[in-house]
Design a protein around this ligand. Structure first.
Ligand code: NI
Length: 257
């Protein structure tokens, strides 16, 4: 089998404090992580992550508004995302978008409204979606099922049960796993890794958060996505190369990168 590289499909390198961009990319390269996708969260991120994607060959971006920042959504932002997405193939999708009932449940209706608008935008642009679902599995699922027409769906930092993963797979969606799968006590995520076939798996770090074992307690970075791939290969009893090849091909096919 050919030696392949890894892709970190969700990493906020603009939020990493301990390393400059050039060092982050050097570390990634040294660990065979050759492409990374940086999602926007708030309105202020849109220009930042887009500029990163224009500045560095290996960086791609998702443009969108995180559910916790739903108040940022307006016509100006929508038009800006549309214009940037149409002007560069480095915009790999719409994200991160979805629902978050963990941090603040005081504006759930607004979260849903903004989620639906961004699903429609992804459909219009024919771009994939990078989905944030925290403590909101049922509503996230129902809204995606009802409103998504033609966009590929990636469930980023999947945190549901193996049964929920199976429901998502039935819809044709993809499951992205990060550092949590390496945590000793994360039995549920280890079960999810076993259930999801390689053809439907992606890997990510969600840096600077959720640092995998053996670096827990340190700031996360794209290079550490290799620990996610290693743990998945152990859980699925396949080689590291098989995990690398499948997850990289999936990311290339879905994101066109
Ligand atoms: Ni994120």
């Amino acid at each position: 089998m050919n030696k392949t590289y890894l892709i970190d499909t969700h990493t906020h390198i603009n939020m990493i404090e301990g390393l400059p961009e050039t060092e982050i990319l050097k570390e990634a390269e040294a660990n065979n992580v050759k492409k990374i996708v940086v999602p926007a969260s708030c309105a202020g991120d849109i220009d930042k992550v887009y500029e990163l994607s224009q500045k560095y060959e290996n960086i791609y971006c998702y443009l969108g508004i995180h559910p916790s920042e739903a108040k940022d959504w307006n016509d100006v932002i929508e038009n800006k995302i549309k214009t940037l997405a149409q002007s560069s193939a480095k915009v790999a999708g719409i994200g991160e978008i979805g629902l978050d009932y963990y941090w603040d449940k005081s504006f759930v209706d607004l979260q849903k409204e903004v989620f639906i608008k961004q699903i429609e935008l992804a459909n219009e642009l024919n771009l994939p979606m990078n989905i944030h679902d925290r403590d909101a599995h049922k509503d996230t699922f129902d809204i995606l099922k009802a409103y998504n027409k033609n966009s590929k769906v990636i469930m980023h930092c999947f945190s549901g049960s193996p049964e929920f993963a199976v429901e998502c797979l039935k819809e044709g969606w993809y499951i992205a796993l990060g550092g949590v799968v390496t945590f000793k006590n994360a039995k549920k995520m280890k079960d999810v890794a076993e259930v999801v076939p390689l053809e439907r798996l992606l890997i990510e770090t969600d840096a600077p958060y959720l640092t995998p074992v053996p670096h827990r307690g340190e700031e996360n970075q794209p290079a550490y996505v290799k620990f996610v791939a290693e743990e998945i290969s152990r859980l699925k009893a396949v080689t590291f190369e098989e995990v690398a090849l499948a997850t990289t091909q999936n990311a290339q096919n879905i994101l066109g990168i």
